[in-house]
Design a binder for this molecule. Structure first.
Ligand SMILES: Nc1ncnc2c1ncn2[C@@H]1O[C@H](COP(=O)(O)OP(=O)(O)OP(=O)(O)O)[C@@H](O)[C@H]1O
Ligand SMILES: O=P(O)(O)OC[C@H]1O[C@H](OP(=O)(O)OP(=O)(O)O)[C@H](O)[C@@H]1O
Length: 199
């Protein structure tokens, strides 16, 4: 399970699919929660790391944003679009500004997605990896553009930035380790069926 934003929505989804999740899921700092009644162990990780745990098989299943899956390109299967935590990835910058002609600078938490996007556009850019507050970069002259998540658009607006292009829509997905998918096929299909009924 991804901690943070997605967690609350994911817990709600699992509960509505019939999972009996204890109150620990609402207020706890535990990183591993065993739910014996369901025969499930929940591991709470940073959202960007979920696919890593699943690829390595220490978790059979995971919930990860499509942004993470595109950025990390882990060897996992995507089973379901859970249609939660919706947002999108966009190129943004200061109003009425052109990108520098020579190797414009792009600040982002998503260097792979950004590099692939500008490569497809035939533009040579310099990617600057940041870990948060991406909107700062064009404001203080670190970058010409940013590639970042937009949800309500409030962060862009309040910082005087505008969106130039949409890259892709993002929702959270149910992912599975390819070996687990073969071995635990029955259990996993049962879970997918339950989730499908409430998505
Ligand atoms: N407004 C949003 N901003 C960022 N991520 C969002 C937003 N809305 C939905 N998401 C989803 O939530 C995930 C990130 O969750 P969250 O912000 O809790 O983690 P994080 O980026 O690791 O944050 P932090 O580094 O602040 O802990 C993304 O992968 C994306 O799929
Ligand atoms: O369109 P909005 O609803 O304003 O949401 C988008 C903002 O939310 C995220 O930042 P976050 O809050 O995760 O902070 P961070 O960039 O410092 O990690 C994202 O990186 C944008 O900055």
């Amino acid at each position: 399970m991804p901690k943070g934003r997605i967690f609350t929505e994911a817990v709600e989804l699992l509960r509505s699919a019939g999972f009996d999740l204890p109150p620990e899921f609402d207020d706890s700092r535990k990183l591993i929660i065993d739910v014996e009644e369901e025969n499930f162990r929940f591991i709470l990780a940073k959202p960007m790391d979920v696919a890593t745990y699943v690829e390595h098989g220490v978790a059979d299943l995971g919930i990860a944003g499509k942004d993470v899956l595109l950025e990390e390109e882990r060897d996992v299967y995507e089973l379901l679009d859970l249609k939660i935590s919706g947002c999108y990835l966009a190129v943004a910058g200061l109003l009425d500004t052109k990108m520098n002609d020579v190797a414009p600078k792009i600040a982002t938490k998503y260097p792979n997605i950004a590099a692939a996007y500008f490569r497809e556009q035939g533009e040579q850019v310099e990617i600057i990896k940041l870990n948060g507050s991406i909107e700062l970069a064009p404001l203080i002259g670190l970058a010409d553009r940013i590639v970042d998540i937009v949800s309500t658009g409030r962060t862009l607006k309040e910082n005087g930035l505008v969106e130039y292009e949409t890259i892709t829509n993002v929702t959270s997905r149910l992912i599975v380790n390819p070996v687990s998918y073969r071995i635990k096929d029955e259990q996993i299909s049962e879970l997918v069926k339950k989730l499908n009924e409430v998505i």
